[in-house]
Structures are given as structure tokens and as C-alpha cells.
Write a protein that binds this ligand. Structure first.
Ligand SMILES: C[S@@+](CC[C@H](N)C(=O)[O-])C[C@H]1O[C@@H](n2cnc3c(N)ncnc32)[C@H](O)[C@@H]1O
Length: 308
């Protein structure tokens, strides 16, 4: 299955950005790649395309194991509501349909990731697990520990109405921990804790080369941030102003034409009915005459047979 065919949440603009960032990094020194929250593998399958043999791709998800969420009732409800049917085997099946081998899979709460990844080793980290404040906050702290200098961190649903906890945790990291916002799309926030130039360049290149995306820069607390999204289709030109005199003339002409057609049809139909009625009348007259002749012949003496 391709990224497009796998169910999940991964917009086209983000797919293009992930590709640009990961491909650019894959020309540089090796580093690990982490995804926290894989679901069925929509984003993981794409990320896996850019992992080199010397690198580790660590993919973390509960895969429905809410029994591992001790004391995290809100997270349990979140998983039961949105990801109930997810199993590890479904994720693995999807991943193996595009790759010869699985990533390093951690089945458990996102906080376990630090037990499987070296500090300072990660070049790219996608955080897309629980969308509740305290969990995202822990994921951010862990990402900060795992990222190497200039490593990119991406957060999902940074501004969605039903995920205010993600917004709170992400902007808190900007103002408290030094997270640098570099690119914002409708659903994802791209940042670094140092050296934002490469990430900014990758995004600018996507905008410049594809022609599919709208973008603008905004300053946020001293950071120049690129907002980008898919272009809206161009609006159709406004209709020309209505010339009521012309419309009236056209309408009047059309009504006249139609009346003429109706009257011609009606005349043709009446003509044919009159002709049929005339024919009927003449055949009745002929029939009557024939009957009269017949009865006269039958009652004449010459017509009586002999001996009767
Ligand atoms: C929005 S989905 C991930 C979407 C995926 N990245 C895609 O591209 O379609 C969130 C995932 O996070 C997992 N999840 C939720 N809470 C978690 C937690 N505390 N620890 C680990 N995984 C969690 C869910 O099981 C679900 O598969």
C-alpha cells in the first residue's frame, strides 16, 4: 500500500515537506529517525523511504494496548474513541507492503521511547501520539533529549480546535525551552532547537519548485516563520453585468417564436383530425347506400327463389 492508500492523517503539503527535509538530511551525516504515534503507518511508510541502512527508524505506538496506560484515563478514552481497531499487525502489514523490513517497533506509551533511542542521535522526530497536554509535554521533553543539533521536530494538530493541549505544549516549548518555529502548515508545526536555516531552505524550495503551495512569512516573537498550504483553486471570473433591455428583447423574441411553433403544430393536428372525420363521414354514407341497395335486392320479386 502507498502512503496515499493507507488510512490516516497526513496531508499532501506535509508529505512534500517530509520528503524535502528527509531527503536533504539523507545527504548528510547519519542520524536516527523517530515517529511517536504511527497508527496504520501512513506517515511511517513515507518516512521509511529515507532511512539509510546505517540508521535506525524507531516507531512507537500503543497499538491498542491501553492496559499499558496506568493512571492515564483521559489518554485511554482518547485511544478508545479514535484508534480502537488499531493492531500492531495491521501497521506491520502496511509497512511491509512498501518496505523489505520493519522499523524498530516500540509497542507501548510514548514515554518509553527514551529507553530505545540514544540522546542527541535523532535527525527527525515526528510527534503524533496522544494530543493531550501532559503527554505532548513529555513527548517534547523527550524529543529535545533525543534530537541532535539542528534535528527537526514536527508536531501534529498544533492548532486544531479539539486539540488545545498540543498548542499549549508546543508554544510553551517555544517560549520556555527555546523551540524555534520555522514552518507552519494547516496541521503540522515544524521546528528545531538550533540551526533553523536548513529547514527553512527546504520549505522555501518546496514552495518554489512545486507551484502547488501558497506561502507567506510572519514574524512570531522574533522568529521569521513560513506559513504554507495547498493553493486554493482560482476563483471563476465574476459574471458580466446584466443588460435588462437585451434580456427583455431576447425573452420577448423567444416567446414569439415559441407561440408560432405551437400554433403551427396545433393547426397541423386540427387539419389531420378534420380530414379523418371527413373520411369517416363519407365511409358511413357509402355504407348506408350499400345496405339500402342490398335490402332492395333482397325484397324484390325477381330475387325470390322458385317454388317458395
Ligand atoms: C493521530 S494517530 C497517528 C497518525 C499517523 N501518524 C498517520 O500518519 O496516520 C495517533 C496514534 O497515537 C497512538 N497513541 C495515542 N496515545 C498514545 C500514547 N500515550 N503512547 C503511544 N501511542 C499513543 C494511537 O494509538 C494512534 O495510533
Amino acid at each position: 500500500m502507498t502512503t496515499t492508500e493507507i488510512p490516516g492523517w497526513f496531508r499532501w503539503v506535509d508529505q512534500q515537506l517530509f520528503r524535502a527535509i528527509l531527503a536533504d538530511q539523507a545527504d548528510g551525516p547519519p542520524g536516527d529517525v523517530v515517529e511517536i504515534g504511527t497508527y496504520l503507518g501512513k506517515s511511517a511508510v513515507l518516512i521509511g523511504e529515507y532511512v539509510r541502512p546505517v540508521e535506525r527508524f524507531v516507531a512507537v505506538d500503543l497499538f491498542g494496548r491501553t492496559d499499558l496506560l496506568a493512571g492515564a484515563e483521559a489518554n485511554r478514552r482518547e485511544v478508545d474513541k479514535s484508534y480502537k481497531s488499531l493492531t500492531r499487525s495491521k501497521f506491520e502489514e502496511n509497512y511491509l507492503s512498501r518496505h523489505p523490513a520493519l522499523p524498530y517497533v516500540v509497542e507501548g506509551p510514548s514515554s518509553w521511547v527514551v529507553d530505545h533511542v540514544e540522546p542527541g542521535s535523532v535527525r527527525f522526530c515526528h510527534i503524533d501520539a496522544s494530543h493531550l497536554y501532559e503527554h505532548v509535554r513529555t513527548d517534547i521533553q523527550n524529543a529535545r533529549t533525543m534530537l541532535r543539533t539542528g534535528g527537526v521536530v514536527v508536531f501534529d494538530d498544533w492548532r486544531t480546535e479539539h486539540t488545545p493541549g498540543v498548542s499549549a505544549a508546543v508554544w510553551e516549548s517555544v517560549f520556555v525551552d527555546g523551540l524555534i518555529p520555522v514552518v507552519l502548515t494547516p496541521t503540522k508545526f515544524y521546528g528545531v532547537y538550533a540551526e533553523p536555516a536548513a529547514l527553512a531552505r527546504n520549505a522555501e524550495q518546496v514552495v518554489a519548485t512545486s507551484g502547488e503551495f501558497w506561502a507567506e512569512r510572519q514574524d512570531i516573537a522574533g522568529h521569521s516563520v513560513l506559513r504554507m498550504r495547498l493553493q486554493q483553486p482560482p476563483k471563476p471570473p465574476p459574471p458580466p453585468p446584466v443588460d435588462y433591455d437585451r434580456v427583455e428583447a431576447l425573452t420577448a423574441g423567444a416567446i414569439d417564436d415559441r407561440l408560432e411553433q405551437w400554433s403551427a403544430t396545433l393547426t397541423r393536428s386540427l387539419d389531420s383530425q378534420v380530414r379523418r372525420a371527413a373520411l369517416d363521414a363519407s365511409s358511413i354514407t357509402r355504407g348506408r347506400r350499400w345496405l339500402r341497395r342490398l335490402s332492395r335486392r333482397a325484397t324484390s320479386p325477381a330475387a325470390k327463389p322458385e317454388g317458395r
